[in-house]
Design a protein around this ligand. Structure first.
Ligand code: GDD
Length: 329
């Protein structure tokens, strides 16, 4: 019998990579999708005949219970959230509903339907916020700096609590920033790679950015979904930091991305104070030695390789878009 997995947030960057990973491993893959007036399935169109999508919503408890009853998964990966940090200041309550209470709703559904289901919670390095030490590991205290970070802290602890209260095999993956050509264009890496391609190909002149001094531990999303799966294959549940152990500034990211296509970033980047955040996470760098020790996880893609991969992909996409427009009458 095939193992069955249910992914919430399957239409997002990580959902698409995880679905591919699980399909390669012989899983039957189910995805939870929320009805929206504009459907966004571009990251999973190529998988449409291999996965089954179901409508349910993290805000609707009964829809999750019914979904888990219908699918009866062996593993649930909770990747759905309001995941863009700046939006969490504009919609703090909605962020709390999805990103914090949504986790409890999935855990409650598991407890009710079948407590033997294994559960993965997408926790975040944003929980470390104003970092207490460097690098950050599973023991580092949290000090979140946004309503999003606060909501993720709740999601982390409710996962730990359901493990301790009910013996559920619940794991919290504390993932540092992870990027790819499938990243949404609102996040800084993809905003930069998309703008570099558009500037290089003559569609745009300037790129407006916020804090160039912020430092992040950026890895490749395709590497990080392997760690999610590995966590659920262990004998015991636990919490794991997933990171590269290297950090770079937004300025370095910009420099690398522009120079990859032979441009000088200083000719194009404009700092826009409107893009500064009310409270910033200045620096993040993770220590993934527990993941390495317990299940041998290592990232395969380096930061320069990641930046090049993203710029190359956007160059190709923008070129195709331009060619398509020229074909139109
Ligand atoms: N988005 C964005 N846009 N960020 C900018 C910009 C800009 O124009 N200019 C500078 N930055 C800085 C932000 O201030 C932040 O310090 C850094 O770039 C990274 O921003 P994002 O790419 O938006 O990611 P994030 O670190 O806030 O959050 C991401 O990573 C978390 C894990 O640490 C998201 O994926 C979260 O969902 C995730 O939990």
């Amino acid at each position: 019998m095939k193992p069955r997995a249910l992914i919430t947030g399957i239409t997002g960057q990580d959902g698409a990579y995880l679905a591919e990973h699980l399909l390669e491993r012989g899983y039957e893959v189910h995805g939870m999708v929320r009805r929206a007036s504009t459907e966004r399935f571009e990251r999973i169109v190529h998988l449409h005949d291999q996965i089954t999508l179901h409508q349910a919503d993290l805000l609707d408890q009964l829809s999750i219970v019914n979904l888990i009853r219908e699918v009866r998964p062996h593993e649930v990966y909770n990747l759905a959230a309001q995941s863009f940090v700046p939006t969490s200041w504009v919609q703090p309550l909605l962020t709390g509903e999805f990103t914090a209470l949504g986790v409890t709703r999935v855990l409650e559904a598991i407890r009710l339907v079948d407590p033997s289901i294994r559960f993965y919670q997408a926790s975040s390095s944003e929980m470390f916020g104003a970092v207490r030490e460097e690098p950050q590991n599973e023991q580092t205290p949290f000090w979140p700096r946004s309503p999003y970070g606060v909501a993720k802290v709740y999601g982390h602890w409710i996962t730990v609590n359901y493990r301790e209260s009910y013996g559920i095999f619940a794991c919290s993956g504390i993932l540092f920033n992870h990027e790819s050509p499938r990243r949404g264009k609102e996040f800084v890496t993809r905003k930069v790679s998309d703008a570099v391609a558009r500037i290089k190909l003559g569609l745009q002149e300037k790129l407006r950015l916020g804090n160039l001094d912020a430092m992040r531990d950026w890895g490749f999303a395709g590497d990080y979904v392997r760690a999610m799966w590995l966590m659920l294959q262990q004998d015991k549940p636990g919490d794991y930091v997933v990171a590269t152990g290297q950090k770079h500034s937004v300025r370095e990211l910009v420099e690398l991305a522009f120079s990859h296509v032979g441009l000088d970033w200083q000719d194009h980047v404009v700092v826009d104070p409107q893009l500064f955040r009310p409270a910033e996470v200045n620096t993040l760098r993770g220590d993934a030695s527990k993941a390495r020790r317990v299940f041998g996880w290592e990232p395969a893609v380096s930061f320069p390789e990641l930046v090049q991969m993203m710029v190359d992909a956007d160059m190709e996409r923008v070129r195709r878009e331009i060619a398509g427009q020229q074909l139109q009458p």
